[in-house]
Design a binder for this molecule. Sequence first.
Ligand code: GFB
Length: 323
Amino acid sequence: MNGSTPPTGAALYSLKAKRVWVAGHGGMVGSALVRRLQSENYEVLTVARQTLDLRDQAGTLAWMRKEKPQAVFLAAAKVGGIAANDTLPAEFLFDNLALETNIIDAARQSGVEKLLFLGSSCIYPKHAAQPISEDALLTGALEETNQWYAVAKIAGLKLAQAYRRQFACDFISAMPTNLYGPNDNFDLAASHVMPALIRKAHEAKVQGRNELIVWGTGTPKREFLHVDDCADALVHLMTHYSAEQHVNIGAGEDIAIATLAELIAAIVGFTGRVVFDTTKPDGTPRKLLDSSKLRALGWSPRIGLRDGIVSAYRWFLENRAAE
Ligand code: GFB
């Protein structure tokens, strides 16, 4: 199981006629995965949060033994933007450690054939060389605001590796960049920058205010990938990759937060001023992923940033604007 992956394009694992569990199906990534898998008529298993708390070890094992998923996308996680990460450190560390260790261990015990663990680009050192290759892991100190989440995600990918080495489990890991799209969290205290600025620009426009408040200095750069592209990449990795090293999932380009704010304002139709609240943290200066490994496996993104924001704003208008 430690061997390297075969050359580009070769399918290694089929999801056809498999029971595929999307853990975290209610979240942005999980719901995109469900859409993607159902579009190919795969058999998708889900379990509601009210039925199973994934932080419950015995409950998780019992559910997996009963439902017998054969493939697992581990997309369940406690997630949030820079403020939530900074203010809820215990929840970001404990909840993520608990649910990922429970699912990974229960996957081995219940005979899961293949598991894909999802991490995040914040696992890398704060000052990693750009673009960040997979090898940069654990070569420097983490960004302080999201170190708790990052440590949990590093533990998750190491656990998948350890189970691969010790128990020959076909467990792999993927590290997506900053994601956005349908079912994003638009709660300003907990959200990431993209949904926050879409909502703020929209509300400023409809309320006739002439300022859009952007946290930090606007100079940090971020790479954004539409969640439908991410789901497609995850299915590609599940079916085309089997090796110990985690794989980055990125769009290939990044953008300064100030430029992103201007772009969102233009798409939303907000014509006032962008104002920076420098009492709020900037976080990591830059985290552009080197996704050449994924490209070499035959996958590239399809949704450009402008089109993606246009569709994310449409989704917000149809689903959240009135709340
Ligand atoms: O998206 P975001 O919260 O997460 O913030 P990170 C990205 C950048 O946008 C930061 C700025 O420099 C923020 O200061 N920003 C500007 C805003 N205005 C806003 C706003 O209204 N709301 C928010 N949230 N940000 C997260 C990590 O880091 O990225 C997580 O904390 C995870 O652990 C996630 O890795 C993908 O990119 O800084």
